[in-house]
Design a protein around this ligand. Sequence first.
Ligand code: FRU
Length: 479
Amino acid sequence: MSTSLSKDLEHLRTLAEDSANPGRYGQHFHLMPPVGWLNDPNGLCQFNDVYHAFFQYSPFNAEGGVKMWGHSVSDDLIKWDYVGTPLYPDQPFDVSGVYSGCAYVEDGVMNVFYTGNVKKLDAAGYDYVCTGREANTIRTSSKDGINFEHRHVVMGNEDYPADDTEHVRDPKVWRDGDTYYMVQGARRTDDRGEVLVFKSDDMERWTLLNRITTEYPFGYMWECPDYFRLPDLGDGNLTKVLSVSPQGLTGGDWDRRNVYQSGYFVLRGDPTAEYRLQPFALWDAGFDFYAPQTFQADDGRRILIGWMGMPDEKTYTNPTVEDGWQHCFTIPREVSVRYGRVLQWPVREIEGYRANLREAGHSLFVEGSPTFDLEIDDMPEHMSFVYVKLADEFAITWGSGVLELRFLDDSKDGVGAGRHVRYEHLARLENMRIVGDMSSVEVFVNNGELTFSTRYYPKKYKAVVDAPGAHIQFWDLNV
Ligand code: FRU
């Protein structure tokens, strides 16, 4: 049912999109907004053979504004077509934003759950943490994947634990046997992040089963939780993965990393009862990565997509704001587990777009190829360094046990638009893969054990590779 508010929003959104022009840094194969701002991936699924990706969308302001769900579809996870904006913040229960959520497909129906954000008018001195907010859990469904009906509240503040703040959000639903489960991210009143686990028999009435957190304080808020199981390709054991995006990690190595983090805990035991969390591991150690979500494709693959952006980051920017848009998603990644290690690798479909192979065994120089796939493998046993330089200013190096991304000019006019350095310790380099689009670079190391994502803004597209004795392959990606 459309309201006069949603009709006006629809009209204004179309006007904004019609006059959009992404400019020179428009991405070729990374999902980006038609205009304005994009953040989290939402409602990822495969439905009637088509991949659906919804996204947190603010079409009217490239620096963020009221959130709705934009919608893109794809046959191969590489070429995305924007098809519209099915969910506007036009109801009393979501009027301050159609926040993040998921899609759960069953019996030809796409069930969508999201957080209806309500911020009350600041007449009573609200702090918007413990007071002044509603975090409504909304359900809606679609039979064609395009039109959504019967949008309604299934849980509200009163259904969450009393010692949680009003920051509870980002439902993710799955089914096990006859029971549906949902995780949501939350901030407790003692400023600790946690995951709430609910169950339901009918996706309508939900009851709280469990609260998952670390044994020690680990950030004040955990956003965008996800939970999935994967068979270990090495030893056959089932691995349970709890993914979260914690905010408020400080001290030690956290101080040189991003403002907020996204990572996972391997979970032992039962997420609905007794559990133990293994050490937290980052999904991605680059400059731009947050709020990833996964889904299972019909062929069984677990696919992860992250937001290639970083909220509340003040030191670096994205010059695309001048072109009226900001942010994009990562390339979809196949997630697997081998001998306890969680690996991420670009979906295999991208290889179908490779063309014009250039190969070398020592060093390589390529100019004028903005969209590319670079693989460095078959490392000699005593490999001591690898050096890659992109766009004259962006060095990706491994040596002395450190994998580093460094923008040589860290000013806002540089290729990194203010980004400077990110690194992680890595004793042994087995292989490296770098996927480049017009304004992004994603680095996959050791079969995807470690990844780094970043936006960049080249003046000239160039690649210099030095990897003595290794096998270097460089393809253009013609998407
Ligand atoms: C994560 C997040 C979510 C929220 C959404 C709002 O980036 O803050 O927790 O639902 O973005 O856009």
